[in-house]
Design a protein around this ligand. Structure first.
Ligand code: UGA
Length: 474
């Protein structure tokens, strides 16, 4: 099929490259001319595992092209994917300016018949608005159908997720829309692809047929917001239990494993830490809250989740203050800036919130992240006048004269650092692990004082006591 993908961010680029990989002719377009020029020369704007290979395969087969001529891309396509950003407005609502602009561009240049597919995460009833806008500005020059096809790709595993989805949601209010999407996704639905994440045929790498769920466009749009908000809620629940464990002297890992074994709860997304971040959960949570309010529903549960998550970095800093007493002028080493491992994305990363706040209170920071250093240099702007942030070449280097090491992203590489050599470079042997990366006892063995989330600090507390022997004859 001939496809146009408008917007080459995480969603658009991954979707476009994967659609070309399964045999479609795809033209990706973006209003950022520099980005398109870079992509044409093979320069990727983001770090995403396996994306370079999938892109290269598409370019080589000539099934994947990049252009900044949006009109030409629209004209050539049967199916147009709208993958532009919906960033938060100042009041927390999703900013729909880019979606509207693209819709008007489609209305101006399209001819024949077009399927317009919304992939960006949008407030419910956006498809309705897209349809109205197309009708208003198309003046009958072409026929169209609007489809909502929310994406559930995770950054860092986006390529794997495209080929191994749990479900494909198609919101359609027009006859023919579902058949078009079935034809488009047929290779993924039937397992007819070589998995680029494993280099093996689908059946040999754990592929299972996804659930195909066709709904109204409004339901599809709600599914996306409701799914992300539920996952945010689940993480926040785990964080609350971790606070309670600290107060009660229990171990959050044991408690969450205990509840996650119930299949109705499940073990995933129950990892406590310094809070969820990234460009999806925080913005979707507030946009969902706002659209609910617009519709007349006070979804205060979501406001509470947001407030509790916003407090996580402050709670972590309070732990550091408790351990170091005075923060002003002291040196710490920071491991991790990305909002999660496997990505170079630092947008709304709790790690960056913590770094900025520590700089604001006068700390000196040496920092390292395996992927996010370049973006951090560009985007992590310390408070004005602060020259106390140093970027290091390795994880070990952040330990130099540090009074504490802070683990803020759970990169597995940090497990393999030379912790003995790092100890020798530090002023005080203290680690605050904001992601529970290490099992209890491992860093203590090097002499570190180790403080994590919701787990006992004092190892004696987790050592099992001998059973009390009952007196003979009792
Ligand atoms: C999320 C969803 O998982 C995807 O399904 C969705 O498609 C995507 O948003 C989107 O809307 O585009 P992503 O933002 O890439 O994907 O990241 P996640 O893996 O979901 O993690 C989000 C945040 O939650 C991270 O900061 C992570 O550290 C945190 N998290 C996750 C926890 O703190 N605890 C957990 O147990 C899990």
């Amino acid at each position: 099929m001939k496809i146009c993908v408008i917007g080459t961010g995480y969603v658009g680029l991954t979707t476009g490259a994967c659609l070309a990989y399964i045999g479609h002719d795809v033209i990706c377009t973006d209003c950022d001319k520099e980005k398109i020029a870079g992509l044409r020369q093979g320069r990727l704007p983001i770090y995403e595992e396996h994306l370079p290979d999938v892109l290269a395969a598409g370019v080589q087969s000539r099934r994947l092209q990049f252009t900044s001529e949006i009109a030409a891309a629209i004209e050539a396509a049967e199916v147009i994917f709208v993958c532009v950003g919906t960033p938060p407005d100042r009041d927390g609502k999703a900013n729909m300016a880019a979606v509207e602009q693209v819709t008007r561009q489609i209305a101006e240049v399209a001819r024949g018949h077009k399927w317009v597919v919304g992939k960006s995460t949008v407030p419910v009833r956006t498809a309705e608005r897209i349809e109205k806008t197309l009708r208003t500005y198309a003046h009958g020059r072409f026929t169209f159908g609007v489809i909502s096809n929310p994406e559930f790709l995770r950054e860092g595993t986006g390529i794997y997720d495209f080929f191994h989805p749990d479900r494909i949601i198609i919101g359609r209010d027009h006859a023919g829309a579902e058949a078009c999407m079935r034809a488009l996704y047929a290779p993924v639905l039937e397992g007819r692809f070589d998995c680029p994440a494993h280099g093996r045929p689908a059946q040999a790498c754990g592929w299972r047929a996804p659930v195909w769920l066709a709904t109204s466009t409004a339901s599809a749009e709600l599914i996306k917001h409701a799914a992300n908000s539920f996952l945010s809620l689940k993480i926040t629940y785990a964080n609350a239990i971790s606070d309670l464990c600290e107060l009660a002297g229990a171990n959050v890992e044991e408690v969450l494993r205990g509840i996650g074994l119930d299949p109705r709860i499940g073990p995933q997304f129950l990892r406590p830490g310094i809070g969820f971040g990234g460009f999806c959960f925080p913005k979707d949570l507030s946009a969902f809250h706002e659209i609910a309010a617009e519709l007349g529903y006070d979804f205060r549960l979501l406001a509470e989740v947001q407030a509790m998550n916003d407090a996580r970095p402050r709670q972590f800093i309070a732990k550091l203050r408790d351990a170091l007493w005075v923060l002003d002028g002291k040196r710490v080493g920071v491991l991790g800036l990305a909002f999660k491992p496997g990505t170079d994305d630092i947008r709304l990363s709790p790690a960056c919130v913590i770094v900025r706040e520590l700089l604001r209170v006068g700390m000196r920071i040496r920092v390292y992240d395996p992927q996010a250093m370049e973006r951090a240099r560009r985007e992590l702007l310390p408070p004005e006048g602060s020259a106390a942030l140093e970027y290091c070449e390795s994880g070990e280097a952040v330990a130099e004269q540090a009074e504490a090491l802070l683990i803020l992203t759970e990169w597995p590489q940090f497990l393999a650092l030379d912790w003995a050599a790092m100890a020798a470079r530090m002023t005080r042997l203290l680690v605050l692990d904001g992601r529970n990366l290490f099992p209890l006892g491992q860093l203590e063995a090097f002499g570190y004082e180790y403080i994590s989330i919701g787990r006992p600090t004092n190892l004696a507390a987790v050592t099992l006591q001998p059973e009390v022997a009952l007196p003979a004859g009792s």
